[in-house]
Design a protein around this ligand. Structure first.
Ligand SMILES: Cc1cc2nc3c(=O)[nH]c(=O)nc-3n(C[C@H](O)[C@H](O)[C@H](O)COP(=O)(O)OP(=O)(O)OC[C@H]3O[C@@H](n4cnc5c(N)ncnc54)[C@H](O)[C@@H]3O)c2cc1C
Length: 393
C-alpha cells in the first residue's frame, strides 16, 4: 500500500499544476495517469505552440450551467499569475489577435515548466497506471486499486479532463468517479468543433476546401467575428469552433460573409454610376470566386447589374450578409478541442474545488462543467482551478 497526502488522477494541464502547488505546501503528492506520457494535450495544443492564456480573461468567456462558479478561481489565480510563472522560466511568447498568448518556440516549454515545478516540489508522477477501483477509506480519505499497486490518500483530485481526442487518452473516468460519489454530471457534448454539413450542402461546398473568409457568425444567443474555413468535410475555422460550443442540433447558423460593408448600398450605388458589369464580376471583387459560384445560380451571376431591381439586389445582399446554414452535426469528440458539460459546479466549492458532500474529493480542469472559448481560456481555467485546489488538498 503506497501512502500519499494527495493523489491526483490525470497528468494533464490541471493535474500537474495542482500537484506542484500541493507539493510546494509540503504535501506528499502523487500523480497517476494511464497514458505513457504526461501532458499530451498541452503538446498538441495551439498547433504545437500552446495558446496558454489570454490577456483578457473573464467569466463571460466561459459556458456553464452555473456561470458564476468560475469567477472566484479566475480572480484568485489570474492570467497575470500564470504569465509571471512563464516569465520565471524565461519562456518566449507572443500575442496573436484577441489577446491570445502563444509560445514562440514550442508547447513543450509549457509542459517542461510544469514538470520542473512538480519535480522541484517533490511530486511523483506515475504513468501507465490505470485506476481499477476507488473506495472511501474507513476513517478518512480514499483507497485506490490500480494495475501498478494500491494507494491510500487523504485528498483525491480528479483531473482527468474531458472526452475530446480519445486517441490522446481521453476517458470518462472523471464523470464515473463523480457519479460513484453521488455527484451530478451534466450531459457532455463536443465543443470547439467543426460542423459537418447536410448532404446537399456538402456536395455544394466541399469544392471550396481551403477557402477562409472573415465573417460574423451567429446563432440565437451569440456572435463571433472570426474566420470561417471551408473544408472537405464541412465548415471549420475559429468562427465555427466558437459558435459550435453554443450550437444545439437542429439549430440554424447565420453567417455574415461581408461584415464590414452594406452590399445592397454598394451595388445600388454602382448601378447608379451606370457601371456595366455582370453580377459575377461585381461579387468577385468582394469574395472568392469559387464561393460566389457556389452561393448563386448562373442566372444571377450572368445577369447585368443594370438590369437588377432593388428587390433583386436586396435578395443577393441578404444571401451574403445573412447566409443561413443548418449544420448536419459536428465532427464530435474525434476532433473537438473541448468537452462541454461535465461535473455539476453546484456540487463543488468554487473556492477550493472540493466536493461539498464528499470531503477530500476534488475536481479541477475540463472535467468540470466549465467550458472556455477558443483563445487560451481553457488552459487558464485549468491553471486557475488547479491552483485553487492546490492550496487546500
Ligand atoms: C487539439 C487540441 C488543441 C487545444 N488547444 C488549446 C489551446 O491552444 N489553448 C487552450 O486554452 N486550450 C486548448 N485545448 C484544450 C485544453 O487542452 C484542455 O482544456 C486542457 O488540457 C484541460 O486540462 P485538464 O487537465 O482538465 O485535462 P487534460 O489536459 O486533458 O489532462 C487529462 C489527463 O487525464 C488522463 N486521464 C484521462 N482518463 C484517465 C484514466 N482513466 N486513468 C488515468 N488517467 C486518465 C489523461 O491521460 C490526461 O493526461 C486544446 C485541446 C485540444 C484537443
Amino acid at each position: 500500500m503506497i501512502e500519499a497526502d494527495v493523489i491526483i488522477i490525470g497528468a494533464g494541464a490541471s493535474g500537474l499544476m495542482c500537484a506542484a502547488e500541493a507539493g510546494k505546501r509540503g504535501r506528499k503528492a502523487i500523480v497517476l495517469d494511464h497514458a505513457n506520457k504526461a501532458g499530451k494535450k498541452i503538446l498538441m495544443s495551439g498547433g504545437g505552440r500552446c495558446n496558454f492564456t489570454n490577456y483578457e480573461v473573464g467569466p463571460d468567456n466561459y459556458i456553464s450551467h452555473n456561470p458564476h462558479f468560475c469567477k472566484s478561481a479566475l480572480s484568485r489565480y489570474t492570467q497575470w499569475d500564470f504569465l509571471a510563472l512563464v516569465g520565471r522560466y524565461h519562456i518566449p511568447f507572443h500575442e496573436r489577435e484577441h489577446g491570445q498568448l502563444f509560445c514562440d518556440e514550442s508547447a513543450r516549454d509549457i509542459l517542461n515548466m510544469l514538470l520542473s515545478e512538480c519535480n522541484n516540489a517533490g511530486v511523483v508522477i506515475k504513468l501507465n497506471t490505470s485506476i481499477d477501483t476507488i473506495e472511501p477509506a474507513s476513517n478518512k480519505g480514499f483507497h485506490l486499486k490500480t494495475n501498478k499497486g494500491n494507494y491510500i490518500c487523504q485528498s483525491l483530485v480528479v483531473a482527468t479532463g474531458g472526452l475530446s481526442i480519445p486517441k490522446m487518452g481521453a476517458t470518462p473516468l472523471g464523470y464515473k468517479i463523480a457519479q460513484q460519489f453521488g455527484i451530478t454530471v451534466w450531459p457532455t457534448r463536443a465543443g470547439l468543433v467543426p460542423f459537418t454539413l447536410q448532404p446537399e450542402d456538402k456536395a455544394k461546398f466541399s469544392t471550396l476546401s481551403g477557402i477562409a473568409v472573415l465573417c460574423v457568425i451567429s446563432n440565437k444567443s451569440r456572435s463571433f467575428r472570426e474566420n470561417i474555413l471551408f473544408t472537405h468535410r464541412g465548415l471549420s475555422g475559429p468562427a465555427v469552433l466558437q459558435i459550435s460550443s453554443y450550437w444545439r442540433p437542429g439549430e440554424e447558423i447565420m453567417i455574415n460573409l461581408l461584415p464590414d460593408m452594406n452590399l445592397s448600398v454598394e451595388l445600388k450605388s454602382k448601378r447608379q454610376q451606370k457601371i456595366k458589369s455582370k453580377m459575377k464580376t461585381c461579387l468577385d471583387s468582394y469574395l472568392p470566386k469559387r464561393l460566389i459560384n457556389s452561393l448563386f445560380t448562373d442566372d444571377v451571376l450572368e445577369s447585368s447589374l443594370q438590369d437588377l431591381s432593388d428587390k433583386q439586389i436586396e435578395q443577393i445582399s441578404k444571401q451574403i450578409h445573412n447566409w443561413t446554414i443548418k449544420p448536419n452535426g459536428t465532427e464530435g469528440y474525434r476532433t473537438a478541442e473541448i468537452t462541454s458539460g461535465g461535473v455539476d459546479c453546484e456540487a463543488i466549492s468554487s473556492k477550493t474545488m472540493e466536493s461539498k458532500a464528499v470531503p477530500g474529493l476534488y475536481f479541477i480542469g475540463e472535467v468540470l462543467d466549465v467550458t472556455g472559448w477558443l483563445g487560451g481560456y481553457n488552459f487558464q481555467w485549468a491553471w486557475s482551478s488547479a491552483w485553487c485546489a492546490g492550496q487546500y488538498v
